[in-house]
Write a protein that binds this ligand. Structure first.
Ligand code: ATP
Ligand code: AH0
Length: 367
């Protein structure tokens, strides 16, 4: 069992955009965040990315999965072994498939292998228990967002938005006693964020993304397509709810006939509109939306968000002194300590699971 009081935990996340692995140290007791430590990043090279991509959408047992898991484990071992002493590691792995209403959720990478290599306990497989109990298995960052709200001294409700491949948002009320309290958090995936933009820009221009949102800024978004997108049944569902990276693949087909700049502008507007539509589900409106994830560098996406959310300041999490590239890695450090302490990591208002769940498995070296 973990010693009482705060410990340095090392969290690691390999996100849906497949750029690489992020890792970060957090000093926490699983409730409060006392400090942030160093962080690091280890990109996947093109060959590694291709091996993982070949396993996207597949479940354990498929031939492509084992090589993908090996790439994930090796990249994490390389990155995490560069950090000094951590009491434990929180290892998310790489999501290959996520269908909570169907086969479940699948993250590649074996925490027991990492525990052997690193010589410290590794907490992993954070999502399965939630899904097995009827939850969405995602998003899992909300309880961390609650602790972040406290850390930055927030005294009224605010929202944290992550703009990765998919977008996810947490509404938090920091005046509640803890993240598991009823009314403390409401979280859900907002919709596609950067994934369709990246896919389209890659296909049309050969570039990996719309750097800074420059291409979108030079185009005109098409209202009819954005309205059609918002008619998707996902937006009618009450939160909590979660998405897989490719759940909105038809969105790209909808802009197929538009010139490059207009097509990207339309996808960018759709991503922002999905967030604004999601904000209608907040228990109370917020005056501050703090944005993390790579999408905060897309100035057009940020401008569309401000436009669609009048009365709310939309700004990168750096405005609150946080590191927007590392929030997810930090979240899995925090969640690892919660798992080790027997505290819940998700609940009815974050994943829709009927009762509070402490997900995650702990693998210790030598076991
Ligand atoms: N300078 C930039 N300009 C525009 N877009 C950017 C920029 N930097 C990153 N992005 C976009 O941000 C995304 C990556 O963000 P991030 O690393 O937060 O995602 P992720 O963690 O892999 O995904 P998820 O949160 O869905 O698991 C990519 O889709 C990329 O196109
Ligand atoms: C199944 C899965 O890996 N989902 C990711 C993905 O990327 C963003 C969004 O979709 C979110 O639901 C989740 O990640 C974050 C870290 C989460 O669980 O909170």
């Amino acid at each position: 069992m973990l010693k009482a009081g705060p410990v340095w935990a090392l969290g690691a996340m390999s996100g849906t955009s497949l750029d690489g692995v992020d890792a970060a140290l957090v000093l926490t007791d699983g409730e409060r965040i006392l400090d942030f430590g160093e962080s690091g990043y280890r990109p996947y090279d093109e060959d590694e990315r291709a091996v993982i991509r070949a396993a996207f959408g597949l479940w354990p047992g498929a031939a492509e999965v084992e090589p993908a898991a090996e790439v994930v484990e090796t990249a994490h071992a390389e990155l995490l072994s560069q950090f000094g002493s951590a009491a434990l590691v929180g290892f998310h792995g790489q999501t290959l498939a996520h269908d909570p209403g169907g086969p479940g959720t699948h993250q590649a990478g074996d925490g027991a292998v990492l525990a052997e290599v690193l010589g410290v306990p590794v907490v992993w497989d954070f999502r399965s228990a939630d899904v097995a109990l009827g939850g969405q298995g995602a998003p899992l960052v909300p309880f961390f967002h609650f602790a972040l709200a406290r850390r930055i001294g927030a005294t009224e409700p605010l929202a944290f938005l992550n703009l990765g491949g998919v977008g996810n948002v947490t509404w938090v009320d920091p005046t509640q006693p803890g993240p598991e309290a009823e009314g403390a958090c409401l979280a859900f995936d907002t919709g596609p964020a950067n994934a369709p933009i990246d896919d389209l820009v890659q296909a049309r221009t050969g570039q990996p993304r719309d750097e800074g949102g420059v291409l979108a800024a030079s185009g005109r978004w098409q209202r009819q397509i954005v309205d059609g997108f918002l008619a998707h049944r996902y937006f009618l569902r009450m939160p909590p709810k979660s998405l897989d990276r490719n759940d909105f693949h038809d969105l790209i087909a909808a802009v197929a006939d538009l010139p490059d700049a207009d097509a990207v502008a339309t996808l960018t507007r759709a991503a922002a509109a999905a967030v604004a539509r999601g904000a209608e589900h907040f228990p109370r409106p917020v005056t501050r939306l703090l944005v993390g994830g790579g999408g905060r560098h897309n100035a057009t996406l940020m401008a569309y968000l401000s436009d669609l959310m009048p009365g709310c300041t939309v700004e990168p999490v750096e405005a609150a002194g946080l590191d927007g590239d590392m929030l997810e890695a930090q979240a899995f450090a925090y969640l690892a300590v919660r798992v080790a302490r027997g505290l819940p990591t998700s609940g009815p208002s974050t994943t829709g699971v009927p009762a509070l769940v402490g997900g995650g498995r702990i693998s210790r070296p030598g076991e």
